[in-house]
Design a protein around this ligand. Sequence first.
Ligand SMILES: Nc1ncnc2c1ncn2[C@@H]1O[C@H](COP(=O)(O)OP(=O)(O)OP(=O)(O)O)[C@@H](O)[C@H]1O
Ligand SMILES: [Mg+2]
Length: 211
Amino acid sequence: MTRTILIINSKGGSGKTTIATNIASYFSNEGKSVALIDLDPQQSSADWVKARSSAKKPIGIYNALNYGKIKRNTDVKVFDAPAGIAGKDLTKVLTLAQSVIVPVLPSPIDMKAASKFIEALKKHPRIVNKKAKIALVANKGRDFTNIYWELDDFLSKQKIPFLTMIRDSQNYIKAASRGVGIFEMGPAMTDIDRELWEPVIKWLKSKRSMP
Ligand SMILES: Nc1ncnc2c1ncn2[C@@H]1O[C@H](COP(=O)(O)OP(=O)(O)OP(=O)(O)O)[C@@H](O)[C@H]1O
Ligand SMILES: [Mg+2]
């Protein structure tokens, strides 16, 4: 069965594309056939694939118009959602995935915006009926002290799994411009990042992320 993963948050710039591309590259390096579907007209994921060297493990790139053409035997589909999705469009994208990851930035403004979005998600029939599972990932963590605990408090109130805090690192900027994921970069340089990613990978491989 194809694993389907959606990265979504109504707020722009929270790290949807960063997380989508890193998940795609992770599974591709595990030998899985991977399709990355860029639902955003900005096409940042598509740009990432364009920058990707042909020497790297291949990742198929699709968009909102052609993802119906993805081969049936594809192992993993990763959907990168655009910002601002609500209403019917939200329902539509939620039908695409078994596992939904919501990246949140650890800033008061972003957390407030995210909490509204998460409330809407939690009430959505797809989530209520457990047709799709959601989890939160904090992104661009800088110091793991003050704001972290505020964030943790916020996240624990959401009553949905909070997987990890991905750190703010130049590695993600470099990875984005080179069309790679942190799992394809020097292990010493990305040591901490790989460790922080571990709970995301674990969740995606566990039944907890499945309907
Ligand atoms: N953990 C991180 N460390 C450093 N830079 C990051 C990190 N995550 C994301 N960025 C950078 O922040 C910017 C926004 O991230 P990204 O494009 O992934 O967000 P997005 O949610 O997809 O945005 P949009 O809503 O515009 O699609 C990008 O320039 C990206 O490279
Ligand atoms: Mg994006």
